[in-house]
Design a protein around this ligand. Structure first.
Ligand code: B4P
Length: 190
């Protein structure tokens, strides 16, 4: 059976962390546009080279590139058994509208959008901690602050976008990884 979920939330809210477990438990394919871009970057592809400077500034890669990557993934999936968790996509209204169209074209419908709610200072602390462990180029304080600004201006309008469709499930993202996971499971269909 088809299932299409979206994880929405600011940088560091726990999208990537929660996505891994949820995909395992619900047999979903994780589509993380951030991971896809980082993979292009480490393989040194043309797209990766284009994305590198944008990501390092904490800005968003162009909608055309992102939507093209997602479309390729979706259209290559088995019809009737499309089980996907979008992690970090859509991030702009244009991406959300393109996703709507893509779902219509593929005779699919959205199951739910989960918003992970965490206040900004906690997010900055989490990402600075990750910087010590993983050393990601965009996890320095200046870029993190810019990523928050970009989220507030370009991505946060999607909260109202999905709320108006009756698709939004809000989950408090503060607490242990297990506690947050429990809250996510509660708002999703069994
Ligand atoms: P992403 O890879 O999506 O990065 P992110 O927003 O930082 O989220 P991430 O998933 O990594 O963090 P998580 O909350 O899991 O994007 C990176 C860049 O790619 C963007 O800035 C942009 O340039 C580009 N990009 C990606 N998608 C795009 C799109 N659609 N359009 C345009 N550009 C796009 O984890 C953060 C940390 O918190 C981890 O260290 C984790 O261990 C910790 N953590 C998680 N849960 C916790 C909890 N409950 N308590 C304490 N710590 C926790």
């Amino acid at each position: 059976m088809n299932e299409i979920l979206i994880f929405l939330g600011p940088p560091g809210a726990g999208k990537g962390t929660q996505a891994k477990q949820l995909c395992e438990d619900r047999n979903l394919v994780q589509i993380s546009t951030g991971d896809m871009l980082r993979s292009h970057r480490s393989r040194g592809t043309e797209l990766g080279k284009q994305a590198q400077a944008i990501m390092d500034r904490g800005e968003l890669v162009s909608d055309d590139i992102i939507v093209g990557m997602v479309r390729d993934e979706i259209t290559s999936m088995e019809a009737g058994n499309t089980r996907v968790l979008f992690d970090g996509f859509p991030r702009t209204t244009a991406q959300a509208e393109a996703l709507d169209q893509l779902l219509v074209d593929s005779s699919l419908s959205l199951t739910a959008t989960v918003l992970l709610d965490v206040e900004e200072e906690e997010l900055v602390q989490r990402l600075l901690k990750r910087a010590e462990i993983e050393g990601r180029a965009d996890d320095n304080e200046e870029t993190i602050r810019n990523r928050m600004k970009v989220y507030n201006t370009q991505t946060a309008p999607l909260i109202a976008f999905y709320e108006e469709k009756g698709m939004l499930k809000r989950v408090a993202g503060l607490g242990s990884v297990e506690e947050v996971y429990g809250r996510i499971s509660e708002v999703l269909p069994k």
